[in-house]
Structure formats: C-alpha cells, structure tokens
Design a protein around this ligand. Sequence first.
Ligand code: SAH
Ligand code: SF4
Ligand code: F3S
Length: 438
Amino acid sequence: MNKKYTIITYGCQMNHHDSEKISYLLENLGYEKENDIEKSDFIIYNTCLVRENAELKVYGQLGALKNLKRKKPEMIIAVCGCMMQTGDARATIISKYKHVDIIFGTKNISRLPSLISRHRSTGEVIVDIEEEDILDDDTPINREHPFIAYVNIMTGCNNYCTFCIVPYARGKEISRTPESIINEIKELANKGYKEITLLGQNVNSYGKTLRPKVSFPELLKMVNEVEGIERIRFLTSHPKDCSDELIEAIANLDKVCENIHLPFQSGSNRILKDMHRVYTREHYLGLIRKLKEKVPNITLSTDIIVGFPGETEEDFNDTLSLVENVEYDQGFTFLYSIRKGTKAAEMNNQIPHDIKQERFQRLIDTMYDIFYKKNKECVGKTYEVLVEGISKNNSEILTGRTRGYKLVHFKGGKRNIGQLVNVKITGHNSFALEGELV
Ligand code: SAH
Ligand code: SF4
Ligand code: F3S
C-alpha cells in the first residue's frame, strides 16, 4: 500500500500554489493524497504569519499531533512556509515541538525529497532554510483544479508597508520572464485550462527587474493572446502602481475579467502615510473613478486594516466613508495584528483590542450592507458563469463564478462542470447570488 500524505495550508494563494508544488514532489516519491491526519504517514503544515491568528492555529494543531506521533513514531511531520522564514517562529518550533521532523522555507521547496531522505537515513530533525532570494519556476505542479490555475509571475515584495511581515518572509521582488510565464500558460491551455490567476504580492510592479523591462499591462496583453484560455485574473494590485495602462488593459483585453482587488488598508491619509502605502485617499478614489468610468460593470474588492497604531475615531470614519463612497462588491477586513520585526510593531500608540473590535464590527456591518446592495443589483440580469463544481451542501446545486468573481449557486448537472454557461440571477444575499441556467 502506498504511503499517505496530508498538506494543511494557511495563508494566501501564493502559499496554496506552493502546496501544489509540494503535492507534486510527494506524489513523485510515491505518496498518495489523504485528507485524514490520523491515516497519514506524512503531514505537512504550509504556514502563514501575516497575522497572529494564523500562527496560533499552527501551534495549536502541532500541539495536538504530539499524541498521534507517540502512537505512530514512523510518521513524518514537516513544517514549511512563511513562518519558517523568520527566526523566532522557527526557534519556537525547534525548541517546543520536538516531534517535528523536517523544517524548510518558501525558497527551497524543490529540495523536499532530499530533506526527506536525509531525515530517513539519519533520524534527525532536518532544518533547511534558503536565505538567498530565488525564483523557483521549475518545480512541477500538481494542480488542485482541472480547469482553473494559479500562475506565479513574481515572488517577494519590496514595499515594506510598516504593518506587514511578508517582505521579511518572501524576500525581495523578482519577476519571472514573460517567456517562462507564457510557456506555462500555453501548456495549461493545451490541457484544457480555462481560467488563470496571475499571482504576485504586487503584480503592478511586475517586470521592473527584468532586462528588457516588461510592464504588467504588456504581460496581460501576451497572456490574452494564448488560445484556449477564456478568463484572466490577477492578484494583488497595489494602488501606488495602478497605471492608466493597466486600467486600459482591463477595459480592452477581452479575456481579462472586469474585476480588481485593490486593497486600500485605510481611508485616512495620516494612517496611510504611517503605513508607508505611498498613496493618498484622493489618489485611490481617483483610480476607482477611472476604473468605473473605463470599465463598465467592473466589480471591486479590497483589504482593510482596522486599528493600526494611532488610528483615531476620525481616521476610522475616513475608512468608513471611503467604503461607502466606493461601494465594494467584496472585501476583507482585518484587525491590525502586531508583527514582530515590522516598523509598526515598534510604534508606541497601539490601539486597545476592544476599540479595534468595536470598529471592526461597525466596518463589517457597513460593508455587508453594501455587498447586499451590490448583489441585489444583479437580480434579473444574466451572467456568464464558469461552473466550478457541485455545492458542498446540496448535490443538485452547482457553484461557479461570474467574470466579476461573484459566487453563483444554481441547479444543474455534473456535465456542466468546467463549462461556461449563462445564468439568470433570481436571488441573493451579501456573499452569493442564486440563479437558473438559461
Ligand atoms: N500584497 C498584498 C497583500 C498581502 S497580505 C497587498 O499589498 O495588498 C494580505 C492582507 O493582509 C493585506 O492586504 C492586509 O490588509 C492584511 N495584513 C497584512 N499585515 C497585517 C497585519 N499586521 N495585521 C492585520 N492585517 C494585515
Ligand atoms: Fe505586505 Fe505591503 Fe508587500 Fe502587500 S505590498 S505584501 S501589504 S509589504
Ligand atoms: Fe501569509 Fe506568506 Fe501569504 S505570510 S499571506 S502565506 S505570503
């Protein structure tokens, strides 16, 4: 019988995509995918440390594994991902979670097979962290989905927003060459993939390090020409580099979906400055105005942080009013979380938890009302939906997404999965639409 593995992934799409590489490497060694930890011979946690919660979950789960490992000593436990790129979390794992066998980072995933064999032959805890910033675009990928794919276009981040640990975990920004990206996408198209999401921490600064330079809108143009691909998405855009050319590209390239995730983080200029976001509220609102003007039907989503050090009631009201002004279709709100090693962690005007929590509640109440209103506007209209699968709760219901990334539930059969269909919207709540096949 083949040995079984389970991967538990936290964090962003980038981490989920890395897990698809890990999955390839393990299956290549003969492991078989399993989702039950108890039945697994190899358990791997791909970690995130963007907020404290993400870290605490990993410690909790690892703690709970101690007993299982005692019962099944031959089981291998590995921890990788962003947490392992920082000395503190790594030291904690090494000293307090002695049942962990293999530790590696985000830049040496392809070395996993050799780490496993080193562990097997020595029985020792193997710690392997690559400090050099490397671009790994060679490790094959075992994709989770048969017709939707993530494609990395760059790694790292040079922005150093003062709240954010990502640049310390993922290193400096490096872009893949357009040739390498386009080859991967052509291969995907040949295999029948319909939708691709281009990934980077800040896709708008794509290509700055390449010689000759290539801009992100230029890359989008090249991807748009790949035959067979029907939809192109990208994550994440930073407002400071969101150019007119990008807005034109969304407007003019037929496969680029009319949707943008454009995190603004705070509506207050004073806080934006302390966050080192390098744009103002006015600049951001200007971008939104242009997007709405040039791209009819554009849907918008964002990330917002509540309770950044020094945030006053007035600053928070600026965030609320920005949300009301833009009217997002979707969005993620986070309580500011102190990340050791970042500039904001050193700021001495941290906001008490109860104030953060109270503002957070007011913000999500406002946002959810807006999502509801935006979804209501869809009722009666017909949208192209890429059918992703069957609903978890009801086997007669299919789920899919519009080009605007709205989740749609509707009645249909298995044969629709992977197809582009038209769905007329008949109902909604704040987070999803309901409809019927046309
Ligand atoms: N590169 C992306 C986001 C990466 S992190 C960008 O720049 O938009 C995803 C989101 O997590 C961020 O947009 C931010 O809203 C949130 N985040 C990052 N650090 C945080 C912290 N210390 N506390 C709370 N939220 C944080
Ligand atoms: Fe973090 Fe800012 Fe980089 Fe995004 S752009 S990953 S928020 S430092
Ligand atoms: Fe988390 Fe690393 Fe992504 S810290 S958000 S998994 S880049």
